[in-house]
Write a protein that binds this ligand. Structure first.
Ligand code: AMP
Length: 540
C-alpha cells in the first residue's frame, strides 16, 4: 500500500522559488571579474534565472542537453545554474584549472551544446574552440560595455542575451531523477570521469548540509561560498543558501587573504567554506595586519586534511568554530563533518581540538564503513585502517557514458581513501589508495608524471608520491631509480619534464634510490613509499 502524500518531485528550481518567495529581499553579493562589487537579491536572481531558461529554450535547448559553464563564483553563474537546470538541461561545470587536453576531452565527451564563459577565460576558450566539436554558441558572463572582441562563434554578452527575453517562463516539470548537473573528476586514474547529479540528489544534498550538525545554515546567516562552483558543486552552498534564505557572498576570482578578509569584514560573513590553502592565505594576512574576525561564527575546512595548527588558530586565536569536512565529487560532495556531539561535549578543550583533526562523522543520508583487502568490514575501534566505502542517495552509482556500475557487488562506492572509524563514528583518513595527489585542492596525476619521467634518458623507474606541504596540503616528490652507471641529477630530470607537464605538476624535489618497492602483481607500493618518506622535507 502506498502512502497518501503528494507526489512532489524534488526539483532544484523549487529551492529558488522557495528562497525568492520567502526571502526575496536577501542579498547576493559578488566581486565581479570586471572589478566592482555587484549586489542583487534572491528575487532578482530567480527572475533572471527564468530568463536564462527562456533564452535557452528560444535557442533550441532541449531536455538533457549539456550546457557548460566555465566561471568563477558569481550571481550570474548561480542564475545560469538554476536557469539551465530549470529548463531541463544539464549544467556541466568546467574546471579552468585542468589543462587543455583534459578540457578538450571533457567538452567533447559531454557533447556540450552551449557554453557560458567568464571574461577571464575567453582567451583560454578561444585557443580551444576549434577542438570543441559540439559547442555552437558562447555566452560571455558580462555586459555589453565589457564584452571583448572575440573569435568565439555566435558569442553574445550574458546581459544582452537575457535582456532579449522576459521572465514569463514556467520551470519545466519532470521526474526528480532527471539529470541536473555534470561535473568531471580527475581524482582517479585515466581520463576524467563525469559525475552526473540528479535533481533529487542535489535537493537532498542541499537539505542534508543544512542539518545543524553539518553546515547548519539559517536565514540569519551570511555565507561566503569560496569553494568554487566548478569543483564539486561548491559543496552544495548554491542550493543550501537559497533554501535557508541566507545572504550569499561570492568572491569571484580573488582568493588571496586580503580580498577574502575584505568581504568577510564588510559583509559581516557568519559562515564560510574553503580548502586549507585558501585559509592559510587568510591566516597569514590576519597575522600580518593584526586584524580579527568578529563576525565569523564557523568555517568549514575540507577538500584536503586540515592541519592541526589551523584548527587551533581559528578556534583559539580567532574564536571561530572550525568544522573539518571530508567528501568527494562523487558524493555531491559532502560525506562527513567533525561537529562535536553529545558524547564529546563534556570533553576538555584539548581533547575536542584533537578530535577535530579527524575528518568527522556522517550526517543522515550518508552511510560509511571500512573494509579490509578482502572486503570484510572492520570494527569501529579507531585503529583498524581500511578502504573507506560509502552509500547514500547523493552518492554516484556510475559515471556518464561509462558502461557498468561504479559500485562493489554489494552496492557500496569505494572512495579510494584509507581510513579508521572510531566508536563515536568519527572517521580519520590515514592514507589514499588512488594514484593522485591533491595540491591546493586540485588533482595531480602521479601516473602521468611517472609516465613522462621514465622517458628521461638514464631513468630506469620512476614513482611519484604526494607528501604533506604546509601551503598546498600536498606536493609531489619524484623518486627515481637510475640506469646503472647513468649520470643523472635533479636538474637534468626536472629540465626534461619542463614543458611536458603542467608547471604546477612539477615535482618539488627529486630523490634517487636503489630500488622501488612493488606488490606481488608488480604495482608500485605507494603506501610504503609514503611511509618511507614521511619525514622528508622539501628543499623549498
Ligand atoms: P574531490 O572529488 O576533488 O572533491 O576529492 C575528493 C578527495 O579529496 C577525497 O577522496 C580525499 O582523498 C580528499 N579529501 C577531501 N577532503 C579531505 C579531508 N578533509 N582530509 C583529507 N583528504 C580529503
Amino acid at each position: 500500500m502506498f502512502g497518501l502524500m503528494q507526489d512532489y518531485p524534488l526539483l532544484v528550481h523549487t529551492i529558488l522559488d522557495h528562497g525568492a518567495l520567502n526571502h526575496g529581499e536577501r542579498e547576493m553579493v559578488t566581486r565581479g571579474v570586471e572589478g566592482p562589487i555587484r549586489r542583487t537579491t534572491l528575487a532578482d536572481v530567480r527572475s533572471r534565472a527564468l530568463r536564462v531558461a527562456k533564452a535557452l529554450e528560444r535557442d533550441g535547448v532541449k531536455l538533457g542537453d549539456r550546457i557548460a559553464t566555465m566561471a568563477w563564483n558569481s550571481e550570474r553563474h548561480v542564475e545560469a545554474w538554476f536557469g539551465i537546470m530549470g529548463n531541463g538541461a544539464i549544467c556541466h561545470t568546467l574546471n579552468p584549472r585542468l589543462f587543455a587536453e583534459q578540457l578538450d576531452y571533457i567538452v567533447n565527451h559531454a557533447e556540450d551544446d552551449i557554453m557560458f564563459v567568464d571574461l577571464t577565460f575567453v582567451p583560454l576558450i578561444e585557443a580551444l574552440k576549434d577542438k570543441f566539436g559540439t559547442v555552437r554558441k558562447y555566452i560571455v558572463l558580462t555586459d555589453a560595455e565589457h564584452m571583448p572582441e572575440t573569435s568565439l562563434p555566435d558569442a553574445v554578452s550574458y546581459e544582452d542575451w537575457i535582456g532579449a527575453v522576459d521572465d514569463d517562463f514556467q520551470w519545466k516539470h519532470f521526474d526528480e531523477n532527471t539529470a541536473a548537473a555534470l561535473c568531471y573528476t580527475s581524482g582517479t586514474t585515466g581520463n576524467p570521469k563525469g559525475v552526473l547529479y540528479s535533481h533529487r540528489s542535489n535537493v537532498l544534498h542541499g537539505m542534508m548540509v543544512n542539518q545543524p550538525d553539518v553546515f547548519g545554515l539559517r536565514s540569519e546567516d551570511t555565507v561566503m561560498a569560496i569553494v568554487p562552483m566548478f569543483h564539486a558543486n561548491a559543496w552544495a552552498l548554491t542550493f543550501a543558501v537559497p533554501a535557508a534564505g541566507a545572504k550569499l557572498i561570492m568572491p569571484g576570482p580573488a582568493m588571496d587573504g586580503a580580498s577574502i578578509y575584505e568581504l568577510l569584514d564588510t559583509e559581516k560573513v557568519t559562515a564560510t567554506a574553503a580548502v586549507p590553502t585558501v585559509w592559510l592565505g587568510l591566516l597569514q594576512y590576519l597575522e600580518q595586519t593584526g586584524k580579527k574576525l568578529p563576525y565569523l561564527d564557523r568555517v568549514v575546512v575540507g577538500g584536503a586534511a586540515c592541519p592541526p595548527m589551523m584548527i587551533r588558530k581559528f578556534e583559539i586565536d580567532y574564536e571561530v568554530e572550525l568544522i573539518h569536512g571530508w567528501g568527494m565529487t562523487e558524493m555531491s560532495p559532502v560525506g562527513t563533518t567533525g561537529k562535536m556531539k553529545h558524547a564529546t561535549s563534556g570533553q576538555d578543550r584539548e581533547a575536542q581540538l584533537k578530535l577535530k583533526e579527524k575528518q568527522g562523522r556522517t550526517p543522515y543520508l550518508v552511510q560509511m564503513k571500512t573494509v579490509d583487502d578482502d572486503g570484510k568490514e572492520l570494527p569501529r575501534d579507531g585503529t583498524s585502517s581500511g578502504h573507506l566505502l560509502v552509500k547514500g542517495p547523493c552518492v554516484s552509482r556510475g559515471y556518464f557514458k561509462l558502461e557498468g556500475s561504479a559500485l562493489t557487488a554489494d552496492g557500496w562506492f569505494d572512495t579510494g581513501d584509507i581510513a579508521t572509524i572510531d566508536p563515536l563514528g568519527f572517521m580519520q583518513i590515514t592514507d589514499r589508495d588512488k594514484d593522485v595527489i591533491k595540491s591546493g585542492g586540485e588533482w595531480i596525476s602521479s601516473i602521468e608524471v611517472e609516465n613522462v619521467a621514465v622517458g628521461c634518458p638514464g631513468v630506469t623507474e620512476a614513482a611519484v608520491i604526494g607528501l604533506a606541504h604546509p601551503k598546498w596540503s600536498e606536493r609531489p616528490l619524484l623518486i627515481i631509480v637510475k640506469d646503472q652507471g647513468a649520470e643523472l641529477d635533479e636538474a637534468a630530470v626536472l629540465g626534461y619534464l619542463e614543458g611536458k607537464i603542467a608547471r604546477w605538476w612539477m615535482p618539488d624535489d627529486v630523490v634517487f634510490v636503489d630500488e622501488i618497492p612493488h606488490t606481488a602483481t608488480g604495482k608500485i607500493q605507494k603506501m610504503e613509499l609514503r611511509e618511507r618518506f614521511r619525514d622528508f622535507k622539501f628543499s623549498s
